[in-house]
Design a protein. Structure first.
Length: 225
C-alpha cells in the first residue's frame, strides 16, 4: 500500500531500566565475585555503574563477560517458555503461575525459612551468618524455567531441598566448610532447571532431594500437584 512506511522496531536498549533490572544485575555481579570471577575493586566499580544506569543498554555490558549473561532483548521483553515434553508430569503446573514472593532469605545469628507454596524468582539469594536458612522447594513454583540460588554460608548453614522433577546444577565453593551436592541427577525432560552457586566459609551448604508432593484423585490414582 502506497503512502505508508513500516515503523522500525523499538530498540530495547533505549528502554528505561527499573529498580528490579538494576537489582538483577547487582546480584549477578555479587555472584561473580563469590565465584572468583571478578575481584572486590572491580565489583565496586561495576556496582557504581549499575546504580548510575538509566537504560537497559547501559546495564547490558556490565555482565556481558560473565556466565549466564542474558541479552538486553531478553531482559526487556519476557520471552515465552518452551513447551514441556509430552507426558512430563508436574511441569506445566510448576513453571509460572504467580509473582515471586521474595528474592532473598537472610539469617544473621538467627534462622530463616521458605517452604510450602511459594514462587522462586529467577535469582534468589540465601545468606546465613552464624545462623541457618532452610529452603524447601518441594511445593514451590518457579517464575522461569531456569532459576539460580546463590547461597552464602559464613559459620552458618543453608539447607536446600529440591523435588524430583527439577534438574539441579551445583557449582558452589567450600572454604574450611562444605558445599554438599546430594541432588546430582536430572529432573524430568523439559522441566525446571535450578542452579545453585555461592560460598560456604567455615559453614555448610547442603542440596538434597525431597519427595515430589502427590495428591490422590477420585479414581485412586496418584498425581503430582
Amino acid at each position: 500500500m502506497t503512502g505508508m512506511t513500516e515503523q522500525p522496531d523499538r530498540d530495547p536498549r533505549h528502554l528505561r531500566a527499573s529498580n528490579q533490572d538494576r537489582e538483577q544485575v547487582a546480584v549477578a555481579l555479587h555472584t561473580a565475585m563469590a565465584e572468583g570471577r571478578i575481584e572486590v575493586p572491580e565489583l565496586e566499580e561495576r556496582l557504581d555503574a549499575v546504580y548510575r544506569a538509566k537504560t537497559l543498554g547501559e546495564l547490558e555490558p556490565l555482565t556481558s563477560d560473565l556466565p549466564g549473561h542474558r541479552p538486553v532483548t531478553a531482559a526487556g521483553v519476557a520471552l515465552p517458555a518452551p513447551p514441556p515434553e509430552p507426558g512430563s508430569p508436574g511441569i506445566v503446573s510448576r513453571v509460572g503461575g504467580g509473582y515471586p514472593t521474595s528474592s532473598a532469605a537472610v539469617a544473621v545469628m538467627s534462622g530463616a525459612t521458605r517452604s510450602g507454596r511459594w514462587v522462586v524468582p529467577r535469582q534468589f539469594t540465601a545468606v546465613a551468618v552464624m545462623g541457618g536458612v532452610e529452603l524447601d522447594l518441594t511445593q514451590a513454583r518457579f517464575a522461569e524455567r531456569q532459576v539460580t540460588i546463590t547461597a552464602v554460608a559464613v559459620m552458618g548453614g543453608i539447607e536446600i531441598t529440591v523435588p524430583a522433577d527439577v534438574t539441579v546444577l551445583v557449582s558452589g565453593i567450600g572454604l574450611m566448610g562444605g558445599f554438599e551436592d546430594h541432588a546430582r541427577s536430572d529432573g524430568y525432560p523439559g522441566g525446571p532447571v535450578l542452579r545453585v552457586n555461592g560460598l560456604a566459609l567455615m559453614g555448610g551448604v547442603e542440596v538434597k532431594r525431597g519427595r515430589l508432593p502427590e495428591q490422590i484423585t477420585d479414581d485412586g490414582r496418584k498425581e503430582l500437584r
